[in-house]
Write a protein that binds this ligand. Sequence first.
Ligand SMILES: [Zn+2]
Length: 87
Amino acid sequence: MPTYQYRCSNCGNELEIVQKMSDDSLTICPKCEKETFERVITAEGGFVLKGSGFYKTDYAKGKPADAPAAPSCATAACAGGSCPMAK
Ligand SMILES: [Zn+2]
């Protein structure tokens, strides 16, 4: 379940509240009991981190493609000069 950040514009009370997606937003501050309690729309730090993570993964994937292709045959026989694939 997602965690929502709430802030009261009256008393400055801040809370993280775990809610179902389908739950209504809270509007009443549990501290001062005024209808000044609002969900804070943040930049979603977790989402941003995920995004850069994907970028890093893509970058790492691209690396091997730039390197020389691995030899298709790397057996002991190949090293000894008697590789059947080298003929
Ligand atoms: Zn309040």
